[in-house]
Design a protein around this ligand. Structure first.
Ligand code: ZN
Length: 252
């Protein structure tokens, strides 16, 4: 393979890897924000249930207050019943007692309703607490993983950029100039493999004669349509992202 071609392919791979590491770094605040939002949502759900429970307890206290007031009235009327002198007074007091008893019954029914509701809301509070706790644990774990991946991405970005820059010094300036120009214009992939007789990026069909010429990867050839540098991939050993650059003694 043409040494410049081999290096520019590797150079593109390093460029991609640096870009990927940078994207991971750039996405980090967004991912942190997502985690915070998840936790906030669980907190809101919990707060809502706790709020319902507090409202239930406040309503219950009001009912209990009304109940004890009616109970006080009832015992007052019952006491007064002993002291009435006339049948008319007796009947009037009986009526008051009935009203108070009716009110007490009403308040007791309301109280029971609130107590049943209390049990139901308590169940919701407990499950919201559990959900919050597990979300908290999950978010903490993801935050730790995110922190670790950030450190890793920062180290990788620095290491890969150093490797890429060192490699740049070994590529013929005109080839590197083509690369820079195409990448600047196309944004992604200045070096692409041929796929089924077409440019792997812009898909323009290449002349069979060109494909044949490129088969041995002995020339630095640009796609006539998108200007990208093309290479033939079949049978090529895949270049691992971590593999050190093969040093060519003739180019040092
Ligand atoms: Zn093309």
């Amino acid at each position: 393979m043409h040494p410049d071609l081999e290096r520019i392919i590797r150079y593109q791979q390093l460029e991609d890897a640096v870009e990927q590491a940078r994207r991971t770094i750039a996405d980090e605040p967004l991912r942190q924000h997502d985690l915070e939002a998840r936790l906030a949502a669980a907190q809101t759900a919990l707060d809502t249930e706790r709020g319902r429970l507090a409202a239930n307890q406040a309503a219950r206290r009001e009912i209990e207050k009304a109940l004890s007031m009616q109970q006080a009235r009832l015992s007052k009327f019952k006491g007064q019943l002993m002291e009435v002198k006339t049948n008319r007074e007796y009947q009037a007091m009986q009526k008051e007692i009935e009203v108070a008893q009716h009110e007490i019954q009403k308040e007791e029914d309301l109280l029971l309703e609130r107590m049943l509701e209390f049990d139901e809301i308590s169940t919701h509070v407990r499950s919201a607490e559990q959900a919050f706790a597990s979300e908290q644990a999950a978010v903490a774990a993801e935050r730790a993983a995110l922190g670790a991946s950030l450190v890793q991405a920062e180290a990788a970005a620095a290491r890969l950029a150093t490797e890429r820059d060192a490699l740049a010094a070994q590529i013929s300036p005109p080839v590197l100039a083509i690369f820079d120009k195409v990448l600047k214009y196309r944004k992604v992939s200045a070096v692409v493999p041929i796929r089924e007789g077409r440019c792997g990026a812009c898909q323009v069909r290449l002349r069979p004669q060109t494909v044949n010429e490129l088969r041995r990867n002995e020339i630095v050839f640009q796609c006539e349509s998108c200007q990208r540098i093309l290479y033939y991939e079949a049978g090529m050993a895949p270049v691992a992202a971590e593999r050190p650059i093969a040093q060519d003694p003739h180019h040092d």
